[in-house]
Design a protein around this ligand. Structure first.
Ligand SMILES: [Zn+2]
Length: 92
């Protein structure tokens, strides 16, 4: 695990603990989410390093951003992420 001392986006050292969340799907570990007070980014801290991160995605049920896969869950996920309402869809 890598302990971040600076925000990964703006490099500010000013961030607060936002909440703790448990990965119920794969690792069963609890992760701390921090909130940068400068750029408002929320990020995991500590976070797995590049060489440690693969097992956290080792699930047959994991839905990635790829176009592969089928089924209702994947279809719903893609509807939710790709068809965000735009201004032209809103009522006047
Ligand atoms: Zn930041």
């Amino acid at each position: 695990m890598e302990d971040l001392l600076h925000c990964p986006l703006c490099k500010s050292g000013r961030f607060l603990v936002f909440t703790k969340v448990k990965d119920h799907a794969i690792s069963k570990e609890t992760f701390t989410l921090c909130h940068c007070t400068k750029c408002k980014l929320h990020f995991t801290n500590k976070r797995p390093t590049a060489s440690e991160i693969a097992p956290y995605y080792a699930s047959d049920n994991y839905t990635s951003h790829k176009d592969e896969g089928a089924g209702l869950k994947t279809w719903l996920y893609k509807k939710g992420t790709r068809n965000q309402p735009s201004k032209k869809d809103k009522a006047p």
